[in-house]
Design a protein around this ligand. Structure first.
Ligand code: KIV
Ligand code: ZN
Length: 398
């Protein structure tokens, strides 16, 4: 049977930790409903101890949003864990996500704790969470800069006292894909071992632009949960992008051999909602959801796509929620695409005016970059009437 990857979305927790984002409870609930429509398996709804507003938002999500497991983050302190449970206990399926750092730099400068103290905190924190629910996740923060033997030891302890998901965070985006895969392999052998009920998870940050590559390397090494955020938002350079992971595992199922249970057609709507509510725009060339992800401007590509979409597209834009590919008029565009756009506007020109209009479009494109439908209409009107309509483009089209 094909393994299923648990898609754990942390847009509402780690994603919201991006500088300048502060979602109110209504906004968080709306995004959580959309994540449920998208079909993610786990929603990390927030960090309830961090603020009364976040507590309220997580509580409302656990009451109102059905489908995914609802989880909340907690440090190993009793107060954090109790607060997390208070907020998520209403959900049909609730998970507590407990974390404490294991790297020398975090233990010495941030926590001011020894390895023995961190180990003891993992033992008591995870056990306390397990008293509330049998779905407990543990993360050794900054795992990829920690002593590997210590990471293994704390994760073994976490499993011993009841954790069923062990998440290995590359907190500062430091790991390379091969290093991260080796770490996951070791955790698979020495922590999961024969335990069917224990899932190994990946959580990557994008400081070196490697978050998605590292997450995929982890899946190759046996991880069966991937944590990510919509549009890749999160601390600093962000998290693994949920939509990129989903589409990489879907489009390249031949390479990874795993299933995801996500309704991919909801991806674009989710991305737009997150962008709108967080105020973080999506870069034009962002994989899967950028406005140019399925746009073609150069003549050769346009010609290919118009004949057969797959010549330059590896996934169907409709499968992620776009209405289709887009042919963009610009200085690199060719006659086939120009004709196609005119046809779409209900305009057919005979050869001579067509040629005049095409040359005119190129001159406009040299000045404006992209040529809009309104400009196309003006160009056609100029050719047909012989008068200049477009301002600032002075050359005659004769
Ligand atoms: O990046 C990180 O280490 C985290 C943990 C709290 C899981 O977000
Ligand atoms: Zn993180």
């Amino acid at each position: 049977m094909t393994d299923k990857i648990v898609i754990f979305d942390t847009t509402l927790r780690d994603g919201e930790q991006a500088p300048g984002i502060a979602l109110n409870p209504d906004q968080k609930v709306a995004i959580a409903h959309q994540l449920a429509r998208l079909g993610v398996d786990v929603i990390e709804a927030g960090f309830p101890v961090s603020s009364p507003g976040d507590f309220e938002a997580v509580k409302r999500i656990s009451r109102e949003v059905t489908g995914p497991v609802i989880t909340a983050l907690a440090r190993t302190e009793a107060g954090d864990i109790d607060r997390a449970w208070e907020a998520i206990k209403y959900a049909d399926m609730s998970r507590i996500h407990v974390f404490i750092a294991t790297s020398p730099i975090h233990m010495e400068h941030k926590l001011r704790m020894s390895e023995e103290e961190v180990m003891a905190a993992v033992r008591t924190g995870v056990a306390r969470a397990r008293d509330y629910t049998d779905d407990v996740e543990y993360s050794p923060e900054d795992a990829t800069r920690s002593d590997p033997d210590f990471v293994i030891a704390v994760c073994q302890t976490a499993v011993e006292v009841g954790a069923t998901t062990i998440n290995i965070p590359d907190t500062v985006g430091f790991a390379t894909p091969s290093e991260y895969a080796s770490t996951i392999s070791r955790v698979m052998t020495e922590v999961k071992g024969e335990r069917e009920d224990v899932v190994i998870s990946t959580h990557c940050h994008n400081d070196l632009g490697l978050a998605v590559a590292n997450s995929l390397a982890a899946v190759g090494a046996g991880a069966r949960q991937v944590e990510g955020a919509i549009n890749g938002i999160g601390e600093r350079a962000g998290n693994t992008s949920t939509e990129e992971i989903v589409m990489a595992l879907t489009v390249r199922k031949d390479a990874y051999g795993v299933e995801v249970g996500v309704t991919t057609e909801e991806i674009v709507e989710t991305s737009r909602m997150v962008a709108e509510k967080t105020g973080y725009p999506v870069q034009y060339n962002k994989a899967v959801v950028g406005r140019n992800a399925f746009a073609h401007e150069s003549g050769i590509h346009q010609h290919g796509v118009l004949r057969k979409r797959e010549t330059y597209e590896i996934m169907d834009p409709v499968s992620v929620g776009f209405s289709g590919s887009s042919i963009v008029m610009g200085k690199h565009s060719g006659r086939a695409a120009f004709k196609h756009i005119l046809h779409g506007m209900g305009i057919e020109l005979s050869p001579s005016p067509f040629e005049q209009a095409f040359r005119r479009m190129k001159r406009v494109a040299d000045q404006t970059g992209e040529v809009s439908e309104a400009q196309m209409q003006a160009i056609v009107d100029e050719v047909v009437t012989g008068t200049e309509i477009l301002q600032g483009v002075t050359e005659s089209f004769q």
